[in-house]
Design a protein around this ligand. Structure first.
Ligand code: SAM
Length: 243
């Protein structure tokens, strides 16, 4: 019948849009994709507000199995995505598979970490390629390459940090900085730590990599930005977050 793919924002159960909420209310089956990000509330809060049982969908269920798309042939199915639907690289594929089966699809957008970082004051228009630092990063150089390429053309770099929500494992800004320093990024570079953005526990801190490295941030998920060339307005805005 229909597959609704609904971004539910970054913070908690109340960040869903009215459009998304109404589609969830009408759904026979509701899944929550829970491997590319983490909300700052329990799933029970979503179930209570939406009045629906929520099935947690891991990578295998979303990307390999046909269950979600098959169910949408006969029923109204909603797949909830933390942040925005297309804020992670993986959700194009399920849309494509549903299209092939001629299933009606509704996409409902929401805030992503990709635009929430605008609250740092850094212009979203001046970010270069986004890169991710994986847990197993011993021989991984691509985040450093992306950073160097962005820096050469004076653009800001957003580093997303690995996470395994099913194991309650999240990479911290400190671990990310350790990786950058090991790969010869200058410890005096200024950077911005962004933690649990969009939630009421949100933390933004601005400082040198060598200072941020020792600061403990205990709310997740986290990401890190190294600014490129800044306009004086961006610099002034960031002063508010200085360590
Ligand atoms: C695949 S991306 C985000 C996907 C999500 N669909 C979105 O649109 O925001 C996941 C990574 O983004 C970062 N991230 C996501 N939400 C965050 C938040 N609220 N605060 C800080 N970083 C966040 C973390 O580094 C996390 O590992």
């Amino acid at each position: 019948m229909v597959l609704n793919i609904i971004g539910i924002g970054l913070g908690d159960e109340k960040d869903i849009t009215l459009k998304g909420f109404e589609l969830v209310k009408k759904s026979d089956i509701v899944y929550l994709e829970n491997y590319t990000s983490k909300l700052n509330c329990d799933v029970s809060k979503l179930e209570k507000l939406y009045g629906k049982k929520i099935i947690l969908a891991n990578r295998n269920l979303v990307e390999n199995k046909t269950e979600i798309v098959d169910n949408a042939v006969k029923k109204d199915v909603s797949l909830l995505i933390i942040g925005d639907v297309f804020g992670a690289t993986t959700h194009i594929d399920i849309v494509q598979r549903a299209r092939e089966k001629k299933i009606k699809i509704n996409i409902v957008h929401n805030t992503s970490i990709i635009n929430a970082v605008g609250e740092t004051g850094l212009s979203l228009y001046k970010f270069g390629r986004v890169t991710s630092i994986p847990f197993d990063n011993k021989d991984i150089v691509s985040p450093i390459k992306v950073f160097e390429e962005n820096s050469q053309i004076e653009l800001h770099t957003l580093f997303l940090l690995d996470l395994r929500p099913d194991e309650n494992k999240f990479m911290s800004v400190n671990e990310a900085i350790e990786y950058l320093l090991k790969n010869k990024v200058d410890e005096n570079k200024m950077a911005v730590a962004c933690c649990a953005m969009g939630s009421d526990k949100q933390i933004i801190k601005y400082g040198k990599l060598k200072e941020l490295k020792y600061k403990k941030f205990d709310v997740y998920p986290q990401c890190l930005i190294i600014p490129g060339k800044m306009h004086f307005m961006e610099e002034e805005f960031l002063e508010f977050y200085k360590l």
